[in-house]
Ligand binder design. Structure first.
Ligand SMILES: Nc1nc2c(c(=O)[nH]1)N[C@H]1C(S)=C(S)[C@@H](COP(=O)(O)OP(=O)(O)OC[C@H]3O[C@@H](n4cnc5c(=O)[nH]c(N)nc54)[C@H](O)[C@@H]3O)O[C@H]1N2
Ligand SMILES: Nc1nc2c(c(=O)[nH]1)N[C@H]1C(S)=C(S)[C@@H](COP(=O)(O)OP(=O)(O)OC[C@H]3O[C@@H](n4cnc5c(=O)[nH]c(N)nc54)[C@H](O)[C@@H]3O)O[C@H]1N2
Ligand code: SF4
Ligand SMILES: [Mo]
Length: 702
């Protein structure tokens, strides 16, 4: 029995922690995982690990995980051979497109796609051939406002300035809870230690959140904000910076700053105070503190993306960093310079070149807002969606008005899911194509190296052998692509394995053959703990992809949104609004089938301020009915003074009690789905991103 130590990045969240996994080869030829620990030799994560990574072995061993292609026949799942399955997809999609047009087939790509490099390199090999405009992904229930803002201001949707957390003296966080999420659009393993270091060097942490989150609890200052009204606070801050002469000129080329100054002039801290619920003097003082800091960074995430003014918020955040001289500055925000530079090798993107059929929502980078997915299926007419492929996603639990989507899925002519489980979404499919489990394939991070707070890179070999007959995600897409091309008589361009693409990208990239680093796949193979390529450095001026080669501070679209914001009525007195939250032992909709993670007290209750409970005659721990415009759920309500009065909090990704779901542990502790309440019509009007936070709800005894 041989024991082996493997080094491997964890792919489960954006923190990409290094792991050390010990395995044992048994006499029967099998390889068992003995332990999963943090890799102390990983210079980036320095041994950090969270409970989810330990559950990687549970994913591997879960009897509920789908291990062979399944076809639904008369409501029963039956095994089907890979070739037959590919042929079936090719035949059904081709027939549906021949009869109803290309757009009759839709695509949803879920979050784990970006954590799986084979999906990044090869899903489009097949999906691109569909030539459908009905493409959707998790982007529009998440970070679309970030991309759109960068596209409009810097000319490329991936030119995302990242907080220089290790060097800043002042960090202002809005709508992010990195202590639970481990950071997002800020790849930062071991974030708690880094925030403690910021405080230890005399820096200040300020958190703006309608809940005293884990991160808010460790901050020097926590500011409660009325959900969906951060734009008021941000406008008050920016206005104060101009008004009190607190701006600082920097070396970056900028167009439109005068226009910005004029546009925000009416939005004084005094006028904005009642909107956001923050006293005017506190807004002004925060602006002064931010401007006075030796270096400062304003960072916003989910809470300010998935709300009605998501794009406005992210624009204002960029502007606050810009006018205080903290954009593209050490200790401020900096753009990562990754080994595979997606900014250099791709075009900036496009926006609103076409619109969704029913509601006229804008595309971004070829994708439409996923809030429109159900209506595109349910509304008859030319271009109606009749077939769907989902990839690593569970939109029934992840996108607004999940019940409506569920109904829509039932009406499809054909659905195929590339996924590891029969869950709330894939149970509607006709065909499930399961890839290898995470540890059975190699790993490179094409996405999160691009958002990292240091320039880092690593490649890892599979830990476990690929089971006989199993296919990696990328191989499934090659199979689908070949079958579809053959069916349609189209010529398919040759492809190469993901590894080879990474090798080429590394060698021709900024740290490749022509640099001192000489990065290649072979070099990365020799460095399983990862390679540190140094701290982030100012580089934005040279990378701008705007036509003017300057920062566009006043994009028309965003300036115009100020009028929509100004016209919005104040929230009604006594109204409750719903927001979301995350827990370190849970991962979106899909890691609830592992005892190790779900054991202990439930973590999916509704948090509610004691005052709001008393006002409704509710008591702590009581079951309540929560209703919104689109639906209702029942959950246990817990009194919590973490909450701002008038605000209730419920995590998403639960609600596993649906017929046909084959996840035993998750079904035993199902919780309720927050997205049975969120509203498919409540959007950030600029980008079409779902406004999952700030949903008006009523709460009463169940
Ligand atoms: N109300 C509310 N809703 C939200 C959010 C919120 O904060 N509040 N957050 C939103 C955000 S930020 C996101 S990113 C979305 C996420 O929502 P989705 O895009 O739906 O992603 P997941 O919930 O992570 O779904 C994961 C699915 O991928 C499968 N899977 C896991 N790994 C792999 C793999 O390697 N290959 C394949 N083929 N399948 C795999 C799992 O089995 C599971 O079915 O949810 C959004 N929804
Ligand atoms: N453990 C764990 N880690 C994860 C995930 C997970 O599901 N579990 N998901 C991963 C994914 S896909 C993502 S995108 C990231 C997200 O990472 P984060 O952006 O850090 O997301 P959350 O932890 O949901 O934190 C959002 C915060 O916004 C607050 N909030 C809600 N509404 C508002 C508002 O209107 N204004 C303000 N200012 N705040 C508001 C909430 O109270 C919450 O504290 O996490 C990733 N990491
Ligand atoms: S924080 Fe946890 S889930 Fe995220 S990468 Fe690190 S170990 Fe994995
Ligand atoms: Mo996300």
């Amino acid at each position: 029995m041989t024991k082996t130590l493997h080094h491997r990045a964890c792919h489960l969240c954006e923190a990409i922690c290094g792991l050390t996994i010990e395995t044992e080869d048994r006499d029967d030829g099998s390889r068992q995982i003995l332990s999963i620990k943090g890799d102390a030799l990983d210079t980036f994560s320095r041994g950090h690990i969270c409970p989810k990574a330990v559950a990687l072995q549970d994913i591997q061993n879960d009897p509920d995980r789908v291990r062979q292609p399944l076809r639904k026949v008369n409501g029963q799942w039956q095994p089907i051979a890979w070739d037959e399955a590919f042929e079936l997809v090719a035949e059904r999609f081709s027939a549906i497109q021949a009869e109803h047009g290309k757009n009759a087939v839709a695509v949803y790509q879920g979050n784990p796609s970006v954590h799986n490099y084979g999906l990044m390199t090869h899903s489009n090999y097949f999906l691109g051939q569909l030539k459908t405009r009905n493409r959707f992904s998790a982007t529009s229930v998440d970070q679309l406002p970030h991309h759109l803002t960068s596209y409009l201001m810097y000319g490329h949707g991936l030119l995302l300035p990242i907080p220089d957390i290790d060097h800043t003296q002042f960090m202002l966080i809005l709508g992010g809870n990195p202590l639970a999420s481990n950071g997002s659009i800020m790849t930062v393993p071991d974030v708690e230690k880094r925030l403690k270091a910021l405080k230890a060097r005399g820096g200040k942490l300020v958190v703006v959140d309608p809940r005293r989150s884990e991160t808010a609890a460790m901050a020097d200052q926590h500011i409660f904000v009325r959900p969906g009204n951060d734009a008021a606070l941000l406008l008050g801050l920016l206005n104060t910076l101009f008004d009190e002469g607190l701006t600082r000129e920097g070396p970056l080329p900028v167009n439109g700053l005068e226009q910005v100054k004029e546009a925000v002039a009416p939005f004084t801290a005094e006028v904005m105070s009642s909107r956001c619920g923050v006293p005017a003097e506190d807004i002004r003082q925060l602006a002064r503190d931010f401007a006075a800091a030796e270096s400062a960074v304003c960072y916003g995430r989910m809470g300010v993306s998935t709300q009605a003014y998501g794009s406005l918020c992210h624009w204002l955040i960029q502007l606050i960093n810009l006018v205080t001289g903290n954009l593209d500055r050490v200790g401020g925000t900096l753009c990562t310079s990754p080994a595979l530079d997606l900014v250099a090798t791709t075009s900036g993107g496009h926006f609103n070149v076409w619109q969704s059929r029913v509601s006229g929502l804008p595309e971004y980078g070829g994708e439409l807002p996923v809030a429109a997915l159900a209506e595109e299926m349910l509304t008859p007419g030319e271009g109606q969606i009749r077939a769907l492929v989902t990839v690593a996603g569970n939109p029934v639990l992840s996108t607004p008005n999940g019940r409506q989507l569920e109904q829509a899925l039932d009406g499809l002519d054909f659905m195929v899911s590339v996924d590891l489980y029969i869950n709330e979404t894939t149970r509607h499919a006709d065909l499930i194509l399961p890839p290898t489990a995470p540890l059975e394939h190699d790993h490179y991070d094409t996405t999160f190296n691009v958002f990292a707070v240091r320039n880092v890179t690593r490649f890892n070999e599979p830990v476990l052998a690929k089971p006989e007959g199993a296919l990696d995600d990328w191989e499934i897409f090659v199979g689908l692509a070949k079958a579809f091309a053959a069916k349609n008589g189209t010529e398919l361009k040759p492809t190469m394995p993901p590894q080879q693409m990474i090798d080429l990208g590394l060698r021709f990239g900024p740290y490749g053959d022509k640099s001192e680093h000489k990065l290649s796949l072979a070099a990365l193979r020799d460095a399983p703990h990862g390679i540190d390529l140094g701290p982030l450095k100012p580089n934005l001026a040279a990378r701008l992809k705007t036509e003017s080669k300057a920062i566009e501070a006043a994009p028309e679209l965003l300036v115009a949104d100020l009028a929509r914001f100004a016209a919005q009525p104040l929230p009604a007195e006594g109204e409750l609004v719903l927001i979301g939250r995350r827990h370190v032992r849970s991962n979106n909709s899909w890691m609830h089938n592992y005892q190790r993670l779900v054991k202990g007290k439930p973590r999916h209750q509704l948090l509610m301020h004691p005052q709001d409970m008393a006002g409704r005659g509710l008591s702590d721990g009581q079951r309540v009915r929560v209703q919104s415009r689109v639906g209702e759920i029942e959950v246990e309500a817990v009194a919590s003074d973490e909450m701002m009065p008038g605000v209730v909090s419920l995590p998403h990704g639960w609600g596993h009690a649906r017929p046909g779901v084959q996840m035993g542990i998750a079904s035993a502790q199902p919780g309720a789905s927050a997205n049975d309440l969120t509203d498919d019509r409540q959007l950030d009007a600029v980008s079409g991103n779902a406004a999952l936070n700030g949903v008006p709800v009523r709460v009463e005894a169940a």
